[in-house]
Ligand binder design. Structure first.
Ligand SMILES: [Zn+2]
Length: 263
């Protein structure tokens, strides 16, 4: 599942292919915008906001996309055949490059003035130019009874964390994902750790939170259920948390991250 780092890189790649160039083709393969045509307009820029992508186009329009579970943008020289099948949701192309959005979870076209309606609810963007850790802490503290594991995934608190960064951040903080936010002394430290991890990985193709890029060594707990904790040697636990079915997986070390509720 793409997290903030992947979305950030995707925005950059889209920018390199599309920014400042005139669209020679746009093909919205979603019913709602099937007749939309952006041909002849210049692309101004693509920015990421948390896990959302906003491609701003000349004339006050914004193409809003979200990768959700398995979406991606494939960028190739213009004229290349897109992948077969019905997975393509959107094509934006200029004379040199084409960007093909496959399996995108959201494809929308709005006026740029309306962007706030789409992303205005998001908390501070961990990789944004306006990253505001104090505001993220303030928002997290607003629901002290919620587990920190659930609170970190709520994009209204802070934007960009998915299940991988949630698990890795809480391991590094030594905090159980099951602890209510209100019982944690130093939420600031957790927020700072999350930002540091995403920032460190924003240019990397392969995510590493341990500093060890060797296969199977890149994460402390994520994807390591039943294997020995890299710190204490005890078995890593795996569980489900929260209500969004696609974002429930949690991994943690019961020894290094004490404090889960009993019973
Ligand atoms: Zn451990």
């Amino acid at each position: 599942m793409p997290e903030g780092d992947v979305v950030y890189r995707t925005a950059r790649r889209l920018g390199q292919a599309l920014d400042g160039r005139i669209l020679t083709r746009s093909d919205f393969r979603v019913p709602r915008h099937a007749t939309a045509d952006l041909t002849g307009r210049a692309v101004l820029e693509t920015v990421s906001r948390g896990k959302h992508l906003l491609t701003r186009v000349d004339g006050g329009l914004t193409v809003h996309t979200h990768l959700r579970m398995e979406g991606s943008w494939l960028i190739s020289p213009a004229g290349r055949r897109p992948p077969p099948g019905d997975v393509v949701r959107l094509v934006l192309a200029n004379a040199e490059w084409q960007a093909v959005g496959v399996r995108l979870g959201v494809v929308d076209l709005v006026t740029t003035a309306e962007e706030d309606r789409l992303v205005g609810h998001l908390g501070p963007d961990l990789l944004g130019p306006d990253w505001d850790p104090a505001e993220a802490v303030r928002r997290l503290a607003g629901n002290p009874g919620l587990t920190i594991g659930e609170a970190l995934l709520d994009q209204r608190n802070l934007a960009g964390i998915g299940t991988v960064y949630r698990a890795e951040t809480l391991f590094l903080a030594g905090v159980s994902p099951w602890r209510p936010v209100g019982t944690i002394e130093d939420v600031r430290r957790i927020v700072a750790l999350a930002q540091r991890l995403l920032h460190a990985n924003r240019e990397r193709e392969r995510r590493v939170t341990t500093g060890d890029a060797r296969a199977g060594r890149g994460t402390w707990v994520y994807g390591r259920a039943g294997r020995p904790c890299l710190r204490c040697g005890r078995q890593i636990s795996r569980g489900q948390m929260g209500e969004q079915p696609q974002e429930r997986l949690i991994f943690w070390c019961r020894h290094c991250q004490p404090g889960e509720p009993t019973g």
